[in-house]
Design a protein around this ligand. Structure first.
Ligand SMILES: C[S@@+](CC[C@H](N)C(=O)[O-])C[C@H]1O[C@@H](n2cnc3c(N)ncnc32)[C@H](O)[C@@H]1O
Length: 258
């Protein structure tokens, strides 16, 4: 893809996700269940949601903990949407929306008790993201990071071929546990996001959006986004037993080793 098409493609991808609750698969009840099972956090935990999109996670975290959440995304439009949603929910005094690159945060070491990141670490690579974020965690700090993961060591060939091209670094859960330990975390638990949550909270709203797109003239970039989003959904419909989002619940290891 040349640079112009790449820029147009990203713009089309952002437009496709504009105004949606979520920009990736996730689920509020599932997230709350994970939060209830976390080891005790300080009374007023310092929290960040990295790659927050329009803030489904940040809103839930602020509501759950009644604590302050720094919410970071590189796409200004999503961050603005989060600001608006926080105001509407009466949570704007708790949420700080920040437009920034989550790979280059100039925050002080040990400034977080809980780092949350849904569907975003892959942009940096799972292990790289975990390594970059590890210094931000206070002693005993917790990271909850979801990552697209193989659920089997023998994935179907069609799924393997698709993800080998789309996300070459995708690993199975055992590999991701090893990566987390290598990046300085203890792996507390792993939980798979149920496949229905992908449809209900992400793909179905996207499908409705794509149906509206089909009724109008599309740019080449929009056509590419439409084609690829449909291909991704078709693949998930066929192979959701073989892969999905696993939430890795991690604790900063004392000596920086898992
Ligand atoms: C699949 S979306 C998930 C968004 C949100 N966490 C959710 O679950 O709805 C991934 C997000 O990561 C953001 N992102 C990608 N690279 C980033 C970076 N380097 N720094 C900050 N955000 C980034 C994207 O803009 C996008 O909003």
């Amino acid at each position: 893809m040349n640079d112009d098409l790449q820029t147009d493609y990203l713009a089309a991808l952002i437009a496709l996700h504009r105004g949606l609750d979520r920009q990736g698969p996730g689920d509020a009840d599932f997230a709350r269940a994970l939060l209830r099972e976390l080891p005790p956090l300080p009374g007023r935990p310092r929290i960040a949601d990295l790659g927050c999109g329009a803030g489904a996670g940040a809103l839930l975290l602020a509501e759950h903990f009644r604590g302050e959440v720094m919410a970071v995304d590189v796409v200004a439009e999503f961050v603005e949407a989060l600001g608006e949603r926080a105001r509407r929910a009466g949570l704007d005094h708790l949420i700080t929306p920040i437009v920034a690159d989550m790979a280059a945060l100039d925050w002080p070491p040990a400034c977080l008790d809980l780092l949350w990141s849904e569907g975003a670490a892959y942009n940096l690579g799972f292990e790289r993201a975990l390594r970059l974020w590890r210094p931000l965690l206070a002693e005993g700090g917790i990271a909850v990071v979801s990552e697209l993961s193989w659920f089997t060591d023998a994935p179907p060939e069609a799924a393997l071929a698709y993800w080998r091209a789309a996300y070459p670094g995708m690993g199975d859960e055992a590999a991701n546990r090893r990566r987390a330990r290598a990046a300085g975390y203890e792996v507390l638990t792993t939980s798979r996001l149920p496949g229905e949550a992908w449809w209900r909270n992400y793909y179905d709203p996207l499908r409705a959006r794509l149906a509206a797109w089909r009724g109008r003239d599309l740019t080449p970039a929009e056509r590419a986004v439409l084609r690829e989003t449909e291909a991704e959904m078709d693949l998930f419909a066929r192979f959701s037993e073989a892969y999905g989002y696993t939430f890795y619940v991690l604790r900063a290891a004392e000596d920086g080793r898992g």
